[in-house]
Design a protein around this ligand. Structure first.
Ligand code: ADP
Length: 315
């Protein structure tokens, strides 16, 4: 019976996403900071920090077109570039956002496919596109009927979608009674970890190479102390001072803004429904799975949850 309930809950959530659009996810009034591709990369960092944002759509004012999304991954690429071409360091403060694609090419990074979706399309499609490309955020780009010009409405994130599901589907998420372990939700082998004393640069390279957005920080007994996230590098390179990257993860975490959401954990025995309760109440960007002694077992990312909710077979 539990499984029948589970299937019904999943079906209802999918039906919900099929009749909601990108426009439904946003409050009536919100702000969107769009950055011009002529802006210097270093200046963009200050703008991100001052406005407490971690990504922004880019606008090419020469062509009046949407030019992709700026995220922490781009800054990680810049750091990689600096490691591979230290002699270019003096040029770094002249780079503009329009150079990001060249930097990506120079270091041989796999470009993240910048798909955008029309906000009038069902959310279900946007979510599937997100999972397929492994993009963590998708810009919603609409077209003006009269002028044919594009404009960026907003950016949709995995976090926003899960929150939207959680808030509007309490009656369905209670049906999700299977546990994290039963669902084999998340990653439990070969988890990338670091220690407080690890150099930040090593952790950044780990994230770039494995295409992950966080690394749990553990002590020598495998106890969870913190989580280093991709967005944590933004305050580390503020003002274009890349030297601070030589420091330790512990130092870098001290630069976190005061309003950062903190880390969330769960146990293997938690039900998915309970995880949705946490998502409903808090700003969760991932859950670290720990045992009774706070020892690290694995990690459940938002993409793991979204993939299960959208793509798992229900019959
Ligand atoms: P998201 O797409 O939600 O930002 P990630 O990119 O961090 O999440 O996760 C992508 C995949 O990698 C997920 O399946 C997740 O379980 C796994 N993963 C996340 N962090 C780690 C890590 N530190 N070590 C190993 N696997 C990880």
């Amino acid at each position: 019976v539990a499984d029948k309930d589970e299937a019904q809950g999943l079906k209802n959530i999918r039906d919900f996403l099929k009749v909601r659009t990108g426009y439904d996810v946003f409050p009536l009034s919100f702000r969107l900071i769009v950055l011009d591709t002529d802006l210097l990369i270093n200046k963009s960092l200050n703008i991100m920090i001052q406005n407490s944002i971690v990504s922004a759509p880019l606008w090419d004012s020469h062509t009046s077109r949407f030019a992709g999304l700026l995220t922490a991954t781009d800054y990680m690429n810049v750091i990689q570039y600096y490691c591979q071409f230290p002699e270019e360091m003096s040029k770094l403060d002249q780079f503009r956002l329009s150079s990001l694609r060249d930097i990506e090419k120079a270091i041989g990074a796999v470009p993240i496919e910048t798909i955008s979706v029309n906000p009038l399309l069902p959310l279900y499609e946007a979510c599937k596109g997100m999972l397929k490309t492994r993009a963590r955020r998708i810009p919603l780009v609409d077209k003006d009927d009269e002028t044919g010009r594009e404009w960026v409405v907003s950016v949709i994130t995995q976090y926003r979608i899960l929150k939207f599901i959680a808030v509007n589907n309490e009656h369905n998420t209670v049906l999700l009674k299977r546990t994290v372990r039963e669902l084999n939700l998340g990653t439990y082998t070969n988890v990338a970890t670091a220690q407080m004393t690890s150099p930040v640069l090593d952790v950044i390279q780990m994230m770039v190479h494995r295409n992950i957005s966080c690394v749990p920080i553990i002590d020598k007994d495998n106890r969870l102390l913190n989580v280093f996230e991709a967005v944590d590098i933004i305050p580390c390179i503020k003002g274009g001072v890349y030297e601070e990257l030589a420091g330790s993860v512990g130092d870098a975490l001290l630069r976190r803004p005061e309003d950062s959401p903190g880390i969330y954990t769960c146990s293997e025995h938690d039900r998915l429904g309970a995880i949705f309760d946490t998502v409903r109440k808090s700003r969760v960007h991932r859950l670290v799975v720990v045992d009774d002694e706070n020892k690290l077992k694995g990690i459940v990312s938002l993409s793991d949850i979204l993939a299960y909710v959208l793509l798992s077979p229900v019959d």
